[in-house]
Design a protein around this ligand. Sequence first.
Ligand SMILES: Cc1cc2nc3c(=O)[nH]c(=O)nc-3n(C[C@H](O)[C@H](O)[C@H](O)COP(=O)(O)O)c2cc1C
Length: 319
Amino acid sequence: MILAPMQGLTEVLFRRVYEECFPGAITSAVAPFIALTRNLRFSTDNAQIADVLPENNAGSIPVIPQILGKESDEFITLSNRLYDLGYNEINWNMGCPMRAIAAKHRGSGILPYPDEVRAILDKIIPAMKPSLSVKVRLGLKDKNDIFRLVPVLNDYPLASVTIHPRLGRQQYTGQPDLDTFDEVLPLLKPPVIYNGDILTAADARRIQERFPQVADLMIGRGVLYNPLLPLEIENSEMEIDDLAAATGHFIQRLMEEIMLRMPTDESRIRKTKEYWCLFWKSLPITEMQAREVLRESDLQTVIKKISYFSVRKDTLPNR
Ligand SMILES: Cc1cc2nc3c(=O)[nH]c(=O)nc-3n(C[C@H](O)[C@H](O)[C@H](O)COP(=O)(O)O)c2cc1C
């Protein structure tokens, strides 16, 4: 099981606490993207670079760095630099739906242009020391993009192709298009990883049963709504009480790390609330109680309330 990259959420702070609390539950994590820029500074000043530096990743879920952009020379330089730091696979982001990014043929914006993809792969693959995997959607505005792209992808020794079966312009609305995914799957030569809307163990089982050829599952929001999801997918016989306690402990540890690592009270409170918006759903509390935390503006009160809610076990988890 692979943790999906989520900018602002699955950074190293999260990956380290997750691995500490649930060692081995997730086998690897694609890191949130590093955006290519003309003079990319390879230093800790750049938060996206700092996120994958090995010295910051001790104890983290094993990481695959991801690159967003289409500048071949910079792509090669950055990948080879990352290889020298110990990364033998780099993931190319061809799925980001943000309009400003897609408008520049980056992320999902490159999906309608298979010739551009070919030109980039022709240049980068022979010059890259690490292997390359890609993460795509079905298209930008048209699902036929993927059918024009597949023959291009098949011409290169890609480590894997992760498919999130939505269009870029859908962002995260609507349902994943499993019928189109079904059509694309047998056409692709590299191993295919499925990504999208796996929120329960039953969702994972449905995908595994319908698509036995899928090499692995990548999960994003599901892990953030319920950090135990990967464990539930592997072994559905855990005790409810243990589940609630494990989730509470994980949230507590995440908060401690936020207090330690974030530089100001303002950033600590923002980060804590960002995670809380997602995680409260895995605790035995109501939405009204969850909102109590969001209304608070004093850091100590926020922490106190989250601690209180995280150790409650009096009702069943909310799923
Ligand atoms: C807040 C947020 C940030 C994301 N950041 C990235 C990213 O940096 N790189 C990427 O390839 N996908 C990114 N995604 C997409 C996710 O990796 C994933 O494809 C998407 O959430 C669907 O999977 P899920 O339903 O399991 O969450 C992001 C999604 C969200 C909601």
